[in-house]
Design a protein around this ligand. Structure first.
Ligand code: RP5
Length: 155
């Protein structure tokens, strides 16, 4: 069964991680969430990634957010980075987006654990028809909500 490992750079990133967990749970994707810091526990990051059987990794970190890049250095599976908002705003985004050539990571918006999970579901759905169908109906539900919202504001 397809699975995702969510790695938080700190316990303080847990709220963003929970957004991802919620979405992955809705799609029935097996998920585990752990804490491992790229700067404070680099050996632990390596160990957790190398011993994980996950198909997709979601790495969530703020400040000089090296975690997604560090995770990607230990696996050739897809890594999705989630920049966590701080005082500066662009620090974690740039740290994740500006990977050197050869080791890319995907980057979603600030604090968008939910979008990271949806992107993971989209990747996993390539080889999983059930997941692909679930993603299509999720999108249909969203479209219906927009149409209903429109009716509501017009009334
Ligand atoms: C980053 O530094 C973590 O991902 C977190 O977003 C930020 C602050 O960490 P703590 O001081 O809360 O542990 O490495």
């Amino acid at each position: 069964m397809a699975s995702v490992l969510i790695i938080l750079g700190s316990k303080s990133d847990a709220e963003v991680g929970r957004k991802a967990l919620e979405v992955l749970k809705r799609f029935g994707v097996q998920t585990e969430m752990i804490v491992a810091s790229a700067h404070r526990t680099p050996d632990r990051v390596k160990l957790m990634v190398e011993q994980s059987g996950a198909d997709v990794f979601i790495a969530i970190a703020g400040l000089a957010a090296a975690l997604p890049g560090a995770v990607a250095s230990f696996t050739s599976k897809p890594v999705i980075g989630v920049p966590v908002s701080g005082k500066l705003g662009l620090d974690s985004i740039l740290s994740i987006v500006q990977m050197p050539p050869g080791i890319p990571v995907a980057c979603v918006g600030l604090d968008r654990g939910d979008n990271a999970a949806l992107l993971a579901v989209s990747m996993l759905s390539i080889g999983d028809q059930k997941l692909a169908k679930a993603l299509s109906s999720y999108r249909r539900e969203m479209a219906e909500k927009v149409e209903n919202d429109s009716i509501e504001v017009q009334a």
